[in-house]
Design a binder for this molecule. Structure first.
Ligand code: ADP
Ligand code: MG
Length: 674
């Protein structure tokens, strides 16, 4: 007996080879496969009579008898041709297949088939070309076709497991669907008029109508949103009952710090600072995301609250994604902290400065797992990590108290994401950069227009400014990325022989990276060729040109963050984006980028065009995969949020809904931060 737990290797038609491939795809049990959702669907329900066929490029499905056929090799190219005639009472048509020798033994003269394919016209008339086919009868009885004559699912193909194989296997498994328990409470299902799980799974694979397909999508899409909401809302609830030691808002101290700065805070910074101060003071653990474009001045706010925490006897930790950035933070923040008598220590693999008894620590994300024995940690600030797992919090508890967590991010968070993936976080936004910044002049280049960029680079270098050249991101391989950076490095050296060029990529040791950055910052290097290692946080006010190669590989938000490396002073800056291939679609997307300087708009566009993965880049996108739900549908998101809260109100620990609890563990968002 097949059950949802049955191993796929016991399935009829699954030999060891297929079983192994399915295994590589993470598909081991019947239920795994039932959750392997189609990528899209083709409606091949409509049968066309042969007399109605046209050579118009569209796909037709017919039901017809194969009245005759023959197979032979063509004289020159030695191609295997199978040719036949089909008729259905309204007319007849020739059919042809190329290089499918097995047809010779499987086709049956006089048998009736469903066929789907396109029609071509030549001197002799119409021909149905290489249609898919399947018998209409099995042992004389009508059989429901799998690949045509219905709405057919199209699965993501991988490792040679074709969509036809998926259809066949899933069809066999359909009877087990009723044995999968529905984890959704009945009340919720009724309230939002959703079909039950079995109906939804059946309908997602082999929908009997477009309406049933839609209700299947609605149900399973709702589940995706609901699971996210349950996860984030339960973290929120968990934090509400935790206590934290307040860090009181010391307005006098803040005024003193502000008086020492060479600039005044923007209104956006002031408001965000106020939100931070209030949140830290209220006795509940802070769980806040501080979002502001690159260069909007987040770091100074971090410094202010670190000083305040130290003055009240608490330790704090500021963490950056790379050693280079950690050191940069240290160099820019430590002096201010020292002015207020706060000892600051740097802790990275390559650098250790300051004492273990310091009040403020700066390091990489590894700092909190490291050798530092915090005595009184009460404030954790993390740059460019968007989420903290419950485990991470637990690990940092001191004397039963959770520290306050604040993350800094340059990635704009569109409203719908704020409600979903970041629903457990409070969000503060610094909406504008300091006023002395000029908009960066951005231009998307056609492949033959690079000279424009090189000319501008030359004139800026000659006026003593510096230049970034960013090389393509090759997601799958740090090795290839390094290689393309090295090639570009040589190219740039040749083009600009009178200037010094540096190279920065992920395969350098952290000491090498730090040295390259220090040389660039000190002006010893005039051009820096780099991969996205430099993506976040590097502050080189004298850099005024950026050329981004392979620009089509980046999301618009990532491009925007890269672009934010220039334009960090009152000098006019320039950004050139050069795709490595230019089709109209790419040029349109890059064109949109060059026309807008608004990070939020670009993030919304990314979210619509490519989903949240494009916003956060490869490494952080694991938790952001919806297969059916729409990331931008705030109405549906709100509904799911209400539903999640209703469930948690009734049963905060989900004891009554173990299957829901299990799925949250499986699918949630804790994974990448552990
Ligand atoms: P972010 O971390 O948001 O990318 P930074 O904090 O590194 O930005 O700030 C970028 C630069 O702008 C720093 O040199 C910082 O000292 C400066 N800065 C911050 N706030 C202001 C302000 N209100 N006016 C002028 N310059 C500012
Ligand atoms: Mg708080």
């Amino acid at each position: 007996m097949l059950s949802p737990a049955s191993s796929l290797s016991h399935l009829p038609g699954v030999g060891p080879a297929i079983a192994q491939k399915l295994g590589y795809l993470g598909l081991e049990t019947a239920s795994d496969l039932l959750y392997y959702l189609p990528r899209t669907w083709e409606d091949l329900t409509h049968l066309t009579p042969i007399s109605g066929l046209q050579a118009d490029g569209s796909k037709y499905t017919i039901r017809a008898v194969l009245t005759t056929f023959s197979a032979f090799r063509t004289p020159h190219k030695r191609m295997m041709l199978t040719q036949g005639v089909l008729s259905d009472g309204t007319g007849s048509i020739t059919v042809v297949w190329f290089n499918q020798p097995y047809l010779r033994t499987t086709l049956k003269k006089g048998a009736e088939y469903y066929l789907t394919g396109r029609v071509e016209k030549n001197a002799k008339g119409l021909t149905l070309v290489s249609p898919s086919l399947e018998p209409a009868l099995a042992s004389g009885e009508e059989r429901t076709p799998l690949h045509s004559g219905r709405i057919v699912p199209v699965y993501p193909e991988s490792l040679g497991v074709t969509t036809k194989i998926f259809r066949r296997l899933i069809k066999v498994l359909l009877p087990t669907i009723r044995a999968i328990p529905d984890y959704l409470p009945d009340g919720i299902r009724q309230k939002y008029q959703l079909v039950d799980l079995a109906t939804a799974l059946e309908g997602i694979h082999f929908p009997a109508s477009l309406e049933l397909l839609q209700s299947a999508k609605d149900r399973l899409g709702f589940d995706e949103l609901l699971l996210t909401q349950l996860a984030v809302q339960s973290v929120k609830r968990f934090l509400k009952q935790e206590s934290a030691r307040p860090i009181a808002a010391d307005v006098e101290l803040v005024k003193q710090i502000l008086a020492k700065l060479p600039f005044t805070l923007t209104n956006g910074q002031k408001r965000a600072l106020w939100e931070l101060l209030q949140d830290l003071a209220d006795g509940k653990p802070t769980n806040r995301l501080l979002q502001g474009d690159v260069g909007s001045g987040k770091t100074i706010l971090a410094a202010i609250i670190m000083i305040q925490a130290a003055k009240q006897g608490f330790q704090s930790a500021l963490m950056a994604p790379t050693e280079v950035l950690a050191r940069q933070h240290y160099l820019s923040v430590a002096p201010l902290l020292k002015e207020f008598g706060v000892n600051c220590a740097l802790r990275t693999q390559a650098y250790q400065e300051g004492s273990d008894t310091a009040n403020a620590f700066i390091g990489t994300h590894a700092l909190i797992q490291s050798t530092v024995k915090f005595k009184n940690l009460n404030l954790v600030i993390i740059d460019e990590q968007h989420r903290f797992g419950v485990k991470q919090r637990e690990a940092l508890k001191t004397k039963g108290h959770t520290p306050h967590f604040i993350s800094l991010t340059a990635t704009p968070i569109p409203r719908s994401l704020a409600l979903t993936a970041f629903g457990d976080l409070d969000i503060s936004v610094i909406p504008h950069k300091p006023l002395n910044r000029k908009p960066i002049l951005t231009q998307a280049l056609e492949p033959d227009q690079r000279q424009l960029a090189y000319k501008r680079m030359m004139s800026e270098l000659e006026s003593g400014h510096q230049v970034f050249v960013i090389t393509p991101l090759i997601e799958t391989s740090a090795k290839l990325s390094a290689k393309s950076a090295e090639a570009e490095y040589k190219n740039i050296q040749k083009l600009f022989p009178h200037f010094t060029v540096g190279l920065l990529h992920g395969r350098l040791t952290s000491e090498q990276k730090t040295n390259v950055m220090a040389d660039f910052k000190a002006g010893k290097l005039q051009i820096l060729v780099a991969t996205t290692v430099i993506e976040v946080g590097i502050d080189i006010p004298n850099a005024t040109v950026m050329l981004i190669e392979g620009a089509e590989r980046f999301g618009l938000s990532q491009l925007h963050q890269l672009r934010g490396r220039v334009g960090r002073s009152d000098l006019q800056s320039y950004c050139f984006i050069a795709p490595s291939e230019a089709n109209p679609e790419i040029m349109e997307r890059l064109g949109m980028f060059s026309k807008t300087d608004d990070g939020f708009k670009l993030a919304e566009l990314d979210l619509q065009l490519r989903g949240p993965g494009a916003l956060f880049g490869h490494s952080q996108s694991g938790f952001l995969r919806y297969r059916l739900a729409d990331w931008t549908d705030t109405r549906a998101i709100k509904q799911a949020q209400d539903a999640a809260n209703a469930i948690l109100d009734e049963d905060a620990t989900l004891e009554k809904y173990p299957e829901l609890a299990r799925r949250i563990d499986l699918e949630t968002i804790t994974a990448h931060s552990e």
